[in-house]
Design a protein around this ligand. Structure first.
Ligand SMILES: CCCCCCCCCCCCC[C@H](O)CC(=O)SCCNC(=O)CCNC(=O)[C@H](O)C(C)(C)COP(=O)(O)OP(=O)(O)OC[C@H]1O[C@@H](n2cnc3c(N)ncnc32)[C@H](O)[C@@H]1OP(=O)(O)O
Length: 715
């Protein structure tokens, strides 16, 4: 709702009340209309102030209303009524003014912001554009280049930057509503002619075409197929070239295309999924709301390789005390220098001082005796990790949580090295660990709910989106990647090239295709895992292992020392070791031809559809298996992991959302087709849960949990 009160006798105060972010629901919109009408009708009222309850101005349109039938007054006329008012209306911006919230403020005659407030038009991140006249008013207020930046990136700006850009008129460190009331009284009675943004001409640009061409090129490059950023540029162009009323029409047309698009649905699903993963649950019934985390003030990181350094930086930046341990003195000194550099660069970017003092470095593992939680980040080798866990069990005080940063090793096996396996959880960070948003929190069968809650909470403190998953080979992300990469390899055996497979995957929206990504991560990483699993038999390039089809192509490249970017060759060739520019490699093409000839394989023409379906549907099928086994609690967990950790295009929601969009019946049919053609590839055999979902009438994704529950109750 919107509450109307009178203060200081002559100020009408409208307070938006819709927790948690005062979104502009139908009731709130109606409340604003009624309150404005009332204030304008009261002769004693000289001016109006609009604010939000609980220190938050407004988080924008109510996203939960988007999929439903539209009720209540539309936003544009509401904002026009405010702008047209004969009494000054001042927005008192505390906390946030985002999307429709900022558009509401732009409809007001003046804007006063608290110094800690954040403002922005993030609609593009939801697959939309600022369609309550934001795309038309903002360029008129701050000029085209700045408006293009804000609208196409959706970035939030601080109050200080908003003042500098001219979005707000005043910034205060004190009570914002008081400041706004005082300000409103000071301007009451003055002409408002120069305060109505919709009447402003858009500031002229001599190089208008060049500015828009550059903006379009930039968004097309960054967007990887997303349509909203392109529409945002087109809407701002309308503001720059058309009268306001026509610009609004164009804004509306563009919004209509976006609003009903699958991309907007995917991005809005992704927004809620990212929040839903915080409400985790375990098959035991333990849940986020019944498991209390322990506060972590001091943590230790063991092993200061690339991952350990990133984790140390993340912890220190979040204000924790960190004991950073590396047993080799030389490596310890190198790590200290590297970590300090990362902290200094990060602090410079944020305009704060680097938290160097939060870290103490040690070569002695015994120095971790007084920490609340340890993150072991030594080399991915079970024997080594077990040794470290035994040492930690001896030196840590009782109750210390022991976490391992591993991308796939058995958490329970490690937990068995300690007398308190309930305190052990996996924390799978993604490289670079201080940058990547994703954290897989892996619980073993003996991990306590409190240990999981503590790791999830710690993830939040250090700015990660944490997803709780069960213990299995590769956890969720890497387990699903395995059939995807296998298919990519099989496609090479059958006639495709790495360039073609990557091109198809990149056109789909991945930042990198399977082969460019493997070259970046290092082919030796997978080689080591396959060796540990007994799949690599030197000198035996046969294409079957353990009764299933196997492609030894990756192993053969590793045997030649081709580990990817770091060695200057892998699936592609590079100018020099470490170079990032991948070039097709004639050597690899002849190697593939010889390989096919040796194995009696005849290359055939493979099309886009086959590449996409085999790579993506085998990955999705594994996702359904993961849900069936209860390794992930719901499809949102898998989708968040893929969007944040594996560069799955956000505008496609994630693999499980994509399956829902394609249609489960279609996914099932195509998997059956490919499995018939490749019966020796078990990952192409549709899993039971997928069959059950189709059999139960292909419910939409938000109802899959009901079917999953039924499957579990039958086990
Ligand atoms: C036939 C076709 C016709 C087409 C024409 C259609 C015309 C329609 C006209 C519509 C015009 C709309 C114009 C407008 O420009 C559109 C918008 O305003 S879109 C919304 C823009 N706003 C945002 O993107 C903000 C999103 N929110 C956030 O970024 C963050 O939530 C926050 C506000 C910064 C707060 O962050 P935190 O403090 O970390 O808290 P959480 O993120 O966990 O959020 C808490 C809680 O609130 C829920 N929530 C947040 N924002 C909204 C919202 N705008 N609407 C609804 N709910 C919101 C969030 O989901 C959390 O709840 P939970 O999911 O955990 O239950």
């Amino acid at each position: 709702m919107a509450q109307y009160t009178r203060i200081s006798g002559s100020v009408g105060l409208i307070t938006l009340k819709n927790p948690p972010v005062n979104a502009l629901s139908a009731v709130v919109r109606q409340g604003i209309v009624d309150s404005v009408e009332r204030a304008l009708g009261e002769p004693e009222v000289k001016c109006l102030v609009i604010c939000g309850q609980s220190g938050k101005f407004c988080g924008g349109a109510d996203i939960r209303e988007f999929g439903k039938k539209m009720t209540g007054p539309p936003l544009i006329p509401v904002f026009h009524a405010i702008e047209a008012a004969a009494k000054p209306v001042v927005a008192a911006i505390e906390g946030i003014a985002l999307g429709g919230g900022l558009e509401l403020a732009l409809g007001c005659h003046y804007r006063i912001a608290h110094s800690k407030a954040k403002l922005g038009l993030p609609e593009v991140t939801l697959g939309l554009l600022p369609a309550a006249a934001g795309s038309q008013r903002l360029p008129r207020l701050i000029g085209v280049p700045a408006a293009l930046d804000l609208i196409t990136t959706g970035r939030h700006v601080t109050a200080a930057e908003a003042l500098q850009l001219g979005i707000v008129d005043q910034v205060t460190d004190h009570n914002t509503v008081d400041a706004a009331v005082k300000f409103a009284l000071s301007v009451a009675g003055q002409s408002l002619d120069a305060r109505r943004i919709s009447t402003f001409p858009c500031p002229r640009l001599s190089n208008l075409d060049a500015v828009f061409e550059a903006a379009m090129q930039k968004v097309r490059q960054a967007a990887r197929g997303a349509i909203a950023p392109v529409a945002c540029v087109q809407a701002v162009r309308a503001a720059a070239t058309l009268p306001y009323a026509q610009g609004l029409e164009r804004e509306k047309e563009l919004m209509a295309t976006l609003f009903t698009s699958g991309q907007a649905r995917a991005l809005q699903y992704s927004f809620f999924a990212q929040r839903a993963v915080g409400r985790w649950s375990m098959p035991s019934g333990a849940r986020w709301d019944t498991s209390k985390p322990k506060p972590i003030r001091k943590a230790a990181v063991i092993g200061l390789g690339t991952m350990g350094r990133g984790i140390t930086v993340g912890l220190a930046q979040a204000g924790l005390s960190v004991v950073a341990v590396e047993t080799q003195e030389k490596q310890l000194m190198e790590a200290k220098q590297a970590v300090s550099g990362m902290l200094e660069r990060g602090a410079k970017k944020r305009g704060v001082s680097p938290p160097l003092g939060n870290i103490s470095y040690s070569s002695n593992i015994k120095t971790v005796g007084d920490v609340d939680l340890v993150i072991e980040a030594v080399f991915e080798d079970m024997a080594l990790k077990k040794e470290v866990f035994q040492q930690l069990s001896a030196v840590c005080r009782p109750g210390t949580f022991l976490c391992t940063n591993t991308s796939g090793l058995d958490i329970d096996d490690l937990a068995s090295q300690t007398p308190n396996p309930e305190l052990v959880v996996g924390m799978h960070f993604f490289a670079p660990a201080h940058v990547m948003k994703l954290l897989e929190v892996v619980y073993g069968p003996r991990s306590s709910p409190q240990a999981v809650a503590t790791a999830m909470q710690l993830g939040k403190v250090i700015g990660k989106v944490s997803v709780a998953v069960g213990n299995c080979q590769g956890f969720v992300g890497n387990r699903m990647l395995s059939p995807y990469l296998s298919q990519a390899n099989f496609l090479l055996e059958e006639g495709a090239t790495p360039e073609f497979v990557d091109q198809v995957l990149e056109e789909f929206g991945f930042a990198m295709g399977a082969f460019r990504m493997s070259d970046l991560s290092g082919l030796d990483v997978g080689w080591r895992v396959r060796k540990a699993a007994g799949l690599v038999v030197p000198g035996k390039p046969a294409r079957m292992r353990q009764g299933c089809r196997y492609s030894p192509l990756g192993d053969l490249l590793c045997e030649q020392g081709r580990f990817g970017q770091k060695t200057g060759s892998g699936w592609y060739q590079y100018d020099k070791p470490g170079s990032r520019v991948a070039k097709p490699d004639p050597w690899l093409h002849s190697f593939l031809e010889e390989y096919r000839a040796r194995h009696g394989l005849v290359a055939r023409r493979i099309d886009h559809q086959e590449v996409l379906e085999r790579c993506l549907y085998s990955l999705i099928n594994e996702g359904f298996r993961i849900l069936e086994e209860g390794i992930a609690a719901g499809p949102e967990d898998i989708d968040v992991i893929y969007v944040l950790g594996y560069s799955w295009p956000r505008h496609r929601g994630g693999p499980m959302f994509y399956a829902d969009m394609v249609g489960l019946t279609r996914v099932l049919e195509r998997l059956e087709f490919y499995h018939q053609a490749h019966p020796d590839v078990p990952s192409l055999q549709p899993c039971n849960l997928l069959r059950k979902l189709v059999a139960s009438g292909t419910p939409p994704i938000h109802r899959w949990r009901e079917v999953i529950k039924k499957v579990h109750s039958q086990l």
